[in-house]
Ligand binder design. Structure first.
Ligand code: G16
Length: 543
């Protein structure tokens, strides 16, 4: 076995986005593409000699090949140990958990999250630091800079490691441990939640369906829900990870998890329904007859977290991304704790969690999590809900009704225009950005604009700043529209329009969301002319 230095030339498209480098699988399958990017990661890291790296992915097509390359390059770059999940699997939150539990130097996660997989689908590579969280911008920018000037990479010519056998292999001086991907994670969950109480609830006849969407949470959900918690076999559906997610789109929203939604709205609904995405960090929560929006779920979890043993001491603060609704703000206010509004992207929560300023975080994009790891965590959200249901012994619908009666309701919806022409989408946003000053103070569709800006963030811990994080138009009546371009798409541009209106009137807490928001939707169209400028007459996805 020898280590070789192989000459290469830069690719100019390796700029990590909101969540690492995400491209079509075919792009990653080009010769030298993975090697270049991984070498750029390694070249951006100091003091890595002899250190431990965690590697795993969501099992999508090309996962195993990329992992073998990374292992051989870790050997070529002087790492001491690689921990890799059996079968090459590690959900994103479990990878974060393993990095923290084993005090690793960092980790590489292979995933394109909720995007489809397969030879014509998407792939991704993301670097996480020793706190278990996504690398901050300072590091992702260094990686990009290295990728544009790279001239060589270092790799061992050792044979492939058997990823299916738990055990230890030597790869040119690098020790590779293939580990059980669920063990550390299960232990962490058992410390946070009252498993006995949840088990009793299942024994008493409580029923749920968890849709793993043929993705990475299958093995975790089988082990925890049907194993440790004793839910009946069949509770977890689509629980075997497949390289192309069974030909489906592993995005737990109302379009791609429609079957679950239909079940939960129908006469045979179990008590609770949930789903998670490709890499296990997102969640969908549906009670019998009620879809809980991610923003409402964050607020309800924050208000009830003290019912779980891991949070019995209360929360230090709550953080949410800017486009996420203000429902959690009302809970933070009632609890007398801090509320932090950050740009979109989980990495912005890292400093707040590390500094002990926030305990629970959430995003409208179906991500919720806490300071137990440094990624959003789909199964964690499901388990916290189960813990709350086991203690309160009420249906989800009643819990939400009581929540709104206490705090008021932030009616909220996101309209996505997917794969629109990138030039049209960029010019729409740029042009609107140029008109923000002139919008303030105007009356549009009967609503006064109180303030219009492009969200900018100053991190309260390290003082770093991030500008141009989304256009906000705030109205005198407290309602709000937000517009931003997605950072996770791989084809064309995805324009996201977020609509929110607060309602405190007890008689108006149980209305249809799209109807309540109809005139705000009209106002947004008058301001941004999305339909005319994108040539679309309706959003692709409404959540
Ligand atoms: C990623 C980030 C999330 C962020 C989301 C935004 O999610 O990890 O923190 O909220 O992107 O997506 P977009 O820019 O498309 O609105 P994931 O689950 O794709 O890793």
């Amino acid at each position: 076995m020898t280590i070789a230095t192989i000459q290469t030339e830069p690719f100019q498209d390796q700029k990590p986005g909101t969540s690492g480098l995400r491209k079509k699988t075919q792009v990653f399958m080009q010769e030298r593409y993975v090697e270049n990017f991984v070498q750029a990661i390694f070249d951006s890291l100091d003091d890595k000699q002899g250190k431990m790296l965690v590697v795993g992915g969501d099992g999508r097509y090309f996962n195993r090949e990329a992992i073998q390359t990374i292992i051989k390059m870790a050997a070529g770059n002087g790492f001491g140990t690689v921990l890799v999940g059996q079968g090459g699997l590690l959900s994103t939150p479990a990878a974060s958990c393993v990095i923290r539990a084993r005090k690793a130097y960092g980790g590489i996660i292979l995933s394109a999250s909720h995007n489809p997989g397969g030879p014509d689908g998407d792939f991704g590579i993301k670097y996480n630091t020793d706190n278990g969280g996504p690398a901050p911008e300072k590091i992702t920018e260094a990686i990009f800079a290295k990728s544009t000037t790279i001239t060589a990479y270092r790799i061992s010519d050792a044979p492939d490691v058997d990823l299916d056998q738990i055990g230890t292999t030597d790869v040119d001086g690098l020790t590779v441990h293939v580990i059980d991907p669920a063990e550390d994670y299960l232990g962490l969950m058992a410390n946070l939640f009252d498993f006995d109480k949840i088990r009793e609830m299942f024994q008493a006849g409580f029923r749920m369906r968890f849709d793993a969407m043929h993705a990475v949470t299958g093995p975790y959900a089988h082990a925890i829900l049907e194993g440790a918690l004793g839910a009946p076999a069949g509770t977890v559906v689509n629980g075997t990870p497949s390289p192309d997610f069974g030909g489906h789109h592993p995005d737990p929203n109302l379009v791609h998890a429609k079957e679950l939604h239909d079940l939960m709205m129908g006469p045979d609904a179990p008590d609770f329904g949930a789903a998670s995405d490709g890499d296990g960090d997102r969640n969908l929560i549906i009670g019998k007859g009620i879809f809980v929006t991610p923003s409402d779920s964050l607020a309800a979890l924050a208000a009830n977290a003290h019912l779980a043993k891991g949070y019995a001491g209360g929360l230090k603060g709550i953080a949410r991304s800017m486009p996420t609704s203000g429902a959690a703000d009302r809970v933070a206010e009632a609890l007398g704790i801090g509320l932090y509004e950050t740009p979109t992207g989980w990495k912005f929560f890292g400093n707040l969690l590390d500094a002990g300023m926030a305990t629970i975080c959430g995003e409208e994009s179906a991500g919720t999590g806490s300071d137990h790891v440094r990624e959003k965590d789909g199964l964690w959200a499901v388990l916290l809900w189960l813990n709350i249901l086991a203690v309160r012994q009420q249906p989800v619908k009643q819990i939400m009704a009581e929540h709104w009666a206490t705090y008021g309701r932030n009616y909220y919806s996101r309209h996505d225009y997917e794969e629109v022409d990138a030039a049209a989408a960029n010019s729409l946003v740029d042009e609107l950005r140029g008109r923000l000053c002139e919008l303030a103070g105007r009356i549009i569709n009967g609503r006064g604009v109180a303030r219009a800006d492009d969200f900018a963030y100053k991190d309260p811990v390290d003082g770093s700043t991030s500008a141009k994080q989304g256009i906000r138009i705030l109205f005198d009546d407290g309602s709000r529209i937000v517009l931003r371009l997605s950072g996770t798409g791989t084809a064309g541009a995805t324009l996201r329009l977020y609509l929110e209106r607060f309602e405190a009137d007890p008689a108006r807490l149980d209305l249809d969301t799209q109807e309540v928001l109809a005139d705000l939707i009209e106002t947004a169209e008058q301001i941004a002319a999305i339909k005319a400028r994108t040539g679309r007459d309706a959003p692709t996805v409404i959540t």
